[in-house]
Design a protein around this ligand. Structure first.
Ligand SMILES: CC(C)(COP(=O)(O)OP(=O)(O)OC[C@H]1O[C@@H](n2cnc3c(N)ncnc32)[C@H](O)[C@@H]1OP(=O)(O)O)[C@@H](O)C(=O)NCCC(=O)NCCS
Length: 153
């Protein structure tokens, strides 16, 4: 399928109805229980940094992130998801670029995200959009290895 880009693809700030919609579809989009990770904190308290991708009035992707208050400031991607029918069309890349711009404006100098071991699609995606990936044993607690993705802004 062809790449989606503006003006067909719109990236905008999240709204309450987007958030409710995403809660209802996330397990389906992820092909498993991702629903718990869409914590309300990322809408009610940190929603200024959350973005959705829309095409023809349909939400087809989202990015929930934040900019850390501590120096050096860091743009942290908590959760990203693209509708399964719209993957490999540049939507994830566009969301990350728009988030990166917001983080730069807020004074951040790096971006960071986490992935789970074995999720090759996520690792390939992050590498394609400029992140360095490293495996971090016990990062999320004993026995809970994570892939840490980092990129300069
Ligand atoms: C990972 C994810 C966010 C990627 O979004 P996307 O919109 O499909 O990605 P893009 O189309 O912008 O891809 C940009 C590049 O990344 C790479 N890429 C993306 N998905 C890939 C995959 N599954 N396998 C290999 N490379 C991949 C490619 O190089 C791609 O460019 P190309 O299509 O021109 O070859 C999406 O597949 C998804 O929502 N997955 C489920 C949830 C998840 O894993 N989230 C990440 C952890 S929070």
């Amino acid at each position: 399928m062809p790449t989606l880009s503006p003006p067909e693809l719109q990236i905008r700030a999240i709204t309450r109805s987007d958030y409710h919609y995403l809660v209802s579809v996330l397990d389906r989009w992820w092909g498993g229980p991702g629903g718990q990770r869409i914590d309300p904190l990322f809408f009610y308290e940190l929603g200024d940094d959350a973005l959705v991708a829309e095409r023809d009035g349909e939400v087809i992707g989202f990015l929930l992130g934040l900019v850390t208050p501590r120096e050096p400031r860091l743009g942290y991607v908590h959760l990203v998801g693209i509708h399964p029918d719209h993957r490999r069309r540049g939507v994830g890349r566009e969301l990350y670029e728009r988030f990166a711009e917001r983080c730069r404006r807020a004074g951040a100098t790096k971006l960071k995200a986490l992935g789970a071991k074995g999720h090759e699609g996520s690792i390939r995606f992050h590498e394609a959009v400029g992140f360095h990936a490293r495996e971090a044993p016990d990062y999320a607690g004993p026995g809970r290895t994570r892939i840490v993705f980092e990129r300069d802004l």
